[in-house]
Ligand binder design. Structure first.
Ligand code: SF4
Length: 362
């Protein structure tokens, strides 16, 4: 508790808020691209501590939210096979596909199991040798090393009934997609957990190529406020650079061991992001040496044409163009109990977060 108290100290929070208020000279818009930041910003009421001319908007930082309907439909198609067990982290099973969800398939009898690590999926594979175990790999650079280690372990133990359906993605191409055609953003609150793996240097292209400030940020209120202050000061000086606020966890070069696992197992591929469509070289798929664990290569399925709910504006929210309150279904038809879109499912999704902490504002 002492550790957390240090970063939630009320006096320090108010001092930072005062320093931000003194630093502002114009309007600023900063984007966070981490679902953990979205949740923390609203949970701690950060917007209420900022001057009106600082706006924080959310980008494509929630892994469940950016996973597209086509992936869910494909996972559902696999779950309908008699000899398949689907293993997945919890949130994903509630994301609506075109016509169903993994949760509904499970209720109808499909073998869909929630696990807490990829290694659990390997145990299920070992105890069910007649079944094919498909692990749904989602998440950014933060979770992909865990999947890489699981695949390596499957190879080491010569487990032949374990496969990965990968929707793993990397963050920089999506950030570039947001800014490459011009942007109103003044900087990024960069994802602390992603940078713990990759190092802060993956964001260098943003100041160098797009003149945008970046601060790699932690998840406590003082972290978030200090980052807003640093971004505001960078914008005032027009000296954008990559700064590490979250220096108790993040370094410039990151976790070399985790990067090695990632590079050993995965290669980049074009990937579909909800709200963006296909972004070149933004996905991770098992490379040549590990193809035998790739579900799509070894047991291809047809998932049919996927449909999105036309009223759901998740795509625009993930691109930072709209806020959840602008969705006509928000909090009325679409709720965490009955999510219409992916952004209402995950605790890191913008709509879910707004439902919990900002509903009264709407
Ligand atoms: Fe989609 Fe629901 Fe969010 Fe609207 S409130 S954008 S329907 S997830």
């Amino acid at each position: 508790m002492k550790y957390i108290d240090e970063y939630r100290d009320k006096e320090l929070i108010m001092k930072l808020a005062d320093r931000i208020a003194s630093a502002v000279k114009r309007d600023y818009t900063f984007m966070e691209v981490c679902g953990g930041h979205t949740a923390a910003i609203h949970r701690f009421g950060i917007p209420s501590l900022l001057p009106e001319n600082i706006r924080l908007i959310s980008g494509p930082g929630c892994p469940v939210c950016v996973t597209d309907t086509g992936f869910i439909d494909k996972a559902i198609a696999y779950s309908q096979k008699e000899d398949v067990i689907i293993t997945t982290f919890g949130d994903l099973i509630r994301v609506p596909g075109s016509a169903s969800s993994l949760e509904k398939q499970k209720a109808a009898g499909a073998d869909v199991r929630i696990i807490f690590s990829g290694l659990e999926a390997l145990e299920i594979a070992k105890t069910n040798p007649r079944k094919k175990i498909i692990f749904l790999g989602i998440g950014f650079e933060t979770t992909a090393p865990g999947t890489a280690v699981t695949i390596k372990q499957a190879e080491k133990e010569n487990i032949n009934n374990f496969f990965v359906l990968s929707a793993h993605k990397i963050m920089p191409p999506a950030m570039e997609e947001i800014v490459k055609g011009g942007t109103n953003l003044d900087g990024f609150i960069c994802p602390g957990h992603v940078a713990a793996i990759t190092g802060s240097s993956i964001f260098n292209f943003l100041p160098e190529k797009y003149n945008l400030g970046c601060v790699v940020t932690g998840f406590e209120p003082t972290d978030l406020l200090q980052s807003v202050l640093l971004l505001t000061e960078q914008a005032n000086r027009n000296e954008p650079k990559v700064e590490i606020q979250y220096n108790r966890v993040v370094t410039v070069n990151g976790n070399i061991k985790a990067q090695r696992h990632l590079n050993d197992v995965f290669e980049t591929c074009d990937a579909y992001w909800r709200g963006f469509g296909i972004i070149q070289s933004s996905g991770l798929t098992p490379g040549k040496n590990f193809e035998r664990f790739n579900a799509e290569i070894n047991m291809p399925v047809e998932a049919g044409k996927h449909d999105e709910n036309e009223m759901c504006i998740c795509g625009e929210i993930l691109r930072g163009l709209k806020e959840p309150g602008e969705c006509p279904l928000f909090a009325d038809i679409c709720t965490p109990e009955n999510p219409v879109g992916a952004c209402m499912v995950s605790g890191e999704g913008s709509c879910n977060t707004w439902y919990k902490y900002r509903r009264q504002d709407e």
